[in-house]
Write a protein of this length. Structure first.
Length: 58
């Protein structure tokens, strides 16, 4: 069984989602996403309400 790691909101540090420990992800608030960066997922943080972009990089 794979180990699990937690991804946290880059704004308030609240827990967003869990992923496989071997998966590398980048999380950015929607208002700080560069123009040429395209997230795979968006998730609204339950704690601060910010829209967060999540991109799987491996």
């Amino acid at each position: 069984m794979s180990k699990i790691k937690k991804l946290f909101c880059p704004e308030c540090k609240g827990r967003l989602i869990d992923s496989n420990s071997s998966t590398k992800s980048v999380v950015l608030p929607e208002d700080k996403i560069p123009q040429n960066w395209h997230p795979d997922y968006f998730l609204k943080c339950w704690k601060c309400g910010k829209q967060i972009g999540i991109k799987k990089v491996s």
